[in-house]
Design a binder for this molecule. Structure first.
Ligand code: FMN
Length: 257
């Protein structure tokens, strides 16, 4: 992919040529919309430097290994976690026509079975997960040069778990969950009007119930990869695999960067 000689390309972080503006093209920086995608230049050549990741230091269980890395992402630096919002992850779904889509969601829990996030069960992502229960999530923790990829099968968590979590949410988010038919077309101001109605409707209720259409999904992994950035792109990668549905031991392999 790398093309050092081509005059109209620069190196992307991973060597992919990124487009350069053609001569005479407008290059205003004042407005992202006006700017257009042609002008994006990616010339960064970060040299990642983290301690080498060695097989002997890995936990046999990828969920425990994930927790160890997640804890290191949460370690305080200048009174805030070293990684800002390490729980943000890209969730990829593939619909029944094999067309993928991805979006960011927040990891809320890792239990002994998998990775849990919460959403609207009628949203696009949930519909696609109902059509095809295989999914992938990816974390990127820039500040500590780490990334984790998970591939697995999705399942709904129990109603009680969703209700218990819903109780802990701020009231505004609870009303928000009731007010948004997530992923559907809406008119300007429509959601706010529903929020106003729901706020009134619930005003005498101390506890707002969890909507039936809202709850948690658990990604039960059969593959988890840990990536740790190293200089000269010679990164450390370890992949855990086991058969889907198995509760047995994980096979762990180092992968070429
Ligand atoms: C940082 C961040 C965190 C988010 N967390 C969630 C989340 O936990 N659950 C959720 O449903 N949407 C979350 N969203 C919104 C989703 O990215 C997305 O817009 C929404 O879920 C609708 O996606 P869909 O139409 O593909 O279903 C988050 C967005 C960002 C940028």
């Amino acid at each position: 992919m790398a093309s050092s000689s081509a005059s109209n390309s620069v190196q992307h972080l991973y060597g992919t040529p990124a487009p350069q503006p053609s001569n005479g093209e407008k290059q205003s920086n004042t407005d992202g919309v006006e700017k257009g995608i042609e002008n994006i230049k990616l010339t960064s050549h970060n040299q990642y430097k983290t301690p080498r990741l060695l097989r002997e230091n890995l936990d046999e269980n990828p969920l425990k290994q994930f927790n160890a890395w997640f804890s290191s992402a949460l370690e305080p630096k200048d009174d805030t976690p070293v990684v800002h919002e390490p729980e943000a992850m890209t969730l990829c779904t593939v619909n029944s026509k094999n067309i993928p889509s991805s979006r960011i969601v927040l990891l809320k829990t890792v239990d002994d079975k998998g990775f849990i996030f919460f959403t609207n069960y009628n949203s696009r992502k949930s519909k696609e997960l109902n059509e095809n229960p295989y999914t992938s999530i990816t974390f990127y923790w820039r500040e500590i040069s780490k990334s984790v990829r998970v591939i697995g099968k999705i399942e709904k968590i129990s109603r009680k778990e969703s209700e218990d979590y819903f109780k802990t949410r701020p009231r505004g988010s609870q009303i928000g969950a009731w007010s948004s038919k997530q992923s559907t077309k809406v008119e300007e101001g429509q959601v706010q009007n529903i929020v106003n109605e729901k706020t009134k409707e619930f005003q005498n209720k101390d506890q707002i119930d969890c909507p039936e259409f809202w709850g948690g999904w658990r990604i039960v992994p059969f593959e988890v990869e840990f990536w740790s950035g190293q200089p000269s792109r010679l990164h450390d990668r370890f992949r855990y695999t086991r058969e889907e549905g198995s509760t047995g031991e994980w096979e762990i392999n180092r992968l070429a960067p």
